[in-house]
Design a protein around this ligand. Structure first.
Ligand code: SF4
Ligand code: SF4
Length: 129
């Protein structure tokens, strides 16, 4: 192993004392995730045609589309099964699914990690846990 000379080491220590840290004080300081971040999946029921390509391609069986009426579909997403790969977003030809930049999803109660988007709700994107 190569030894670092004491002089060089002291210079490194001194420079790190005046440099700004590369880390942030999360969670006190919020971090803006990049636009390409693959976070929680959001469903737009008004765009869904019920083809179920998302279900077929999901590697972890985390998404379920259920027909609830004429051209109406509910979507259940299991956040505890989802691996946030965004394959369902890529597979959906109607852009009914979207990756958001939401990542703070930890829960003590596993039941709260199930989200259902209902087609018939007033705003079309009502969620229930
Ligand atoms: S792939 Fe898109 S349109 Fe097809 S069922 Fe899934 S969300 Fe609906
Ligand atoms: S992000 Fe990946 S794991 Fe999660 S529901 Fe979509 S396809 Fe399934």
């Amino acid at each position: 192993m190569k030894m670092i000379r004491p002089g060089k080491m002291i210079r490194q220590v001194l420079s790190s004392l005046i440099k700004k840290p590369n880390t942030i004080k999360y969670p006190y300081v919020k971090f803006e995730m990049p636009a390409t971040f693959r976070g929680k999946i959001k469903f737009y029921p008004e765009k869904c045609i019920g083809c179920k390509l998302c279900m077929r391609d999901c590697p972890s069986g985390a998404i379920t589309i259920t027909k609830v009426g004429d051209k109406k579909f509910d979507c259940e997403i299991r956040l505890d099964k989802c691996i946030y790969c965004a394959q369902c977003v890529d597979s959906c030809l109607k852009k009914a699914l979207e990756s958001t930049n939401e990542f703070e999803l930890a829960q003590l109660d596993r039941k709260k990690l199930k989200e259902t988007y209902h087609a018939q709700s007033e705003d079309g994107i009502k969620k229930e846990t």
